[in-house]
Design a protein around this ligand. Structure first.
Ligand code: SUG
Length: 416
């Protein structure tokens, strides 16, 4: 049994568009109404997956959910011409951000030594709340092996749960028992706090975690007000390393002390606001990075180009690399189409620690499977979508057919 981290990225769906649906997500608001490029978006996402595969890392994927979601509109007594916001919600390709698909507790952390997954209910935003039933169907296929995986129902509303985006895990090595950190927000600020403390506590209980190996941490209200709608916009963890902005947590000193008490070998890398302001961190998504352990054992930070090319932000990685800190490589990737909707490299992936042999192999990426996916995207994904034209019959037909072609090419007809 060889446990390793597998990153499951969401393939960007053919209906990817900029409708400005997410209050508190500044990039989504800034790009509202602009034309999107679904084909380029999906190819960028695939290139990121290939990049990580080439580093020697295990890579999986989730396929896009069915869009437009006509059942969602029907349940509201609506149709595509009722209200442009509802239409945009039914068309949203937001399931690409699989960090919000579920919370995952690897087997070494749980009472029954199985990997536990709870799909996120995403109740704060209507366009996201429609995701979980189809996400749960996909999880049930990928992680069908019940000797190794336990799948839960989502936490009931009204306790908002946004999944792994508000969950971090520190451990000596992926396959060893870890310390799980659940970050929640307190409501009442300018923007919605999407992760409810009770949702985090429910997930920890349902997953059978040892209370001594779990911390519940409040996100700082200033981070949420500045546009950190998820904790993964200001912090990321991998094995022994926690990489966070100085203003990520409500009570930073108490938080670091509690982490150190539970895991003395932790290396906490804090970026001070004097080096990168909260505003610059959120605009560049420096922290919405994949912190990965490369096969040789060193840690690499996969950052969006926006962070790498921003002179005000770039000084920090340059100084850290020169200081021989725990992050040894910084690798930029181009996911601009996703970034324009507030989704960076970390949002696009769900981390699962498992033996790849226990996962449905149809969802694991190889160069060959990547070629198949790329061919389908290049031939069938729309080149551009104007959010004003979402309901057109020809676009609807194209988007439905594109997904069906992908499922067919991947032998995943049962998700049709
Ligand atoms: O929920 N954007 C997503 C971005 C999610 C990023 N995920 C993580 N940080 N893990 C969101 O706000 C934009 C939709 C629109 O405006 O059309 C959107 O849903």
């Amino acid at each position: 049994m060889s446990l390793q981290e597998i990153n499951f990225d969401g393939i960007v769906g053919p209906s990817h568009n900029y409708a400005g649906l997410s209050l508190g997500n500044l990039a989504s608001a800034r790009h509202a109404g602009l034309a999107s490029q679904p084909r380029a978006a999906a190819l960028q996402g695939l290139a990121k997956m290939r990049h990580n595969l080439a580093l020697g890392l295990a890579q999986g994927f989730f396929v896009p959910l069915p869009r437009p979601n006509l059942q969602f509109l029907a349940a509201l007594g609506a149709h595509t011409a009722t209200d442009p916001r509802l239409t945009a919600a039914a068309w949203s390709a937001s399931s690409m951000w699989t960090a919000n698909a579920a919370t995952v507790s690897p087997a070494p952390d749980t009472a029954d030594q199985r990997c536990h997954l709870t799909p996120a209910n995403l109740v704060t935003m209507p366009h996201r709340a429609q995701e979980w039933p189809d996400t749960a169907r996909q999880l049930a296929l990928i992680f069908a092996d019940s000797a190794h995986f336990a799948l839960h129902a989502p936490v009931p509303p009204s306790f908002g749960d946004e999944g792994a985006a508000n969950h971090m895990r520190l451990c000596p090595a992926h396959g060893a028992p870890g310390l799980e950190l659940f970050v929640y927000g307190r409501s009442g600020g300018t923007f919605p706090a999407r992760q409810h403390e009770q949702a985090s506590r429910a997930v920890a209980r349902l997953h059978g975690l040892d209370p001594a190996r779990v911390l519940f941490i409040e996100q700082s209200t200033e981070a949420i007000a500045a546009g950190a709608f998820h904790n993964d916009v200001v912090a990321v963890a991998n094995e022994r390393v926690l990489f966070a902005h100085e203003q990520a947590f409500a009570e930073p000193d108490a938080t670091y002390a509690a982490i150190r008490a539970a895991m003395p070998e932790v290396e906490i890398v804090i970026v001070p606001a004097s080096a990168v302001s909260l505003e610059q961190a959120i605009r560049s998504y420096l922290f919405n990075a994949q912190l990965l352990t490369l096969p040789a054992g060193e840690q690499a930070l996969v950052v969006p180009l926006e962070a790498w090319e921003n002179p005000a932000v770039r000084g920090w990685p340059d100084a850290h690399l020169a200081s021989n800190g725990p992050i040894r490589r910084v690798l930029p990737v181009d996911v601009r189409q996703s970034m324009a909707n507030g989704g960076g490299p970390a949002c696009l992936r769900l981390r699962v620690v498992a033996d790849p042999a226990t996962v449905d192999p149809r969802f694991l990426l190889s160069e060959r499977r990547a070629d198949t996916i790329e061919r389908v995207i290049a031939a069938h994904w729309p080149e551009a979508i104007d959010p004003g034209g979402l309901a057109s019959a020809s676009l609807t037909e194209q988007v439905i057919a594109a997904r069906a072609t992908l499922l067919d090419a991947l032998d995943l007809g049962e998700l049709g």
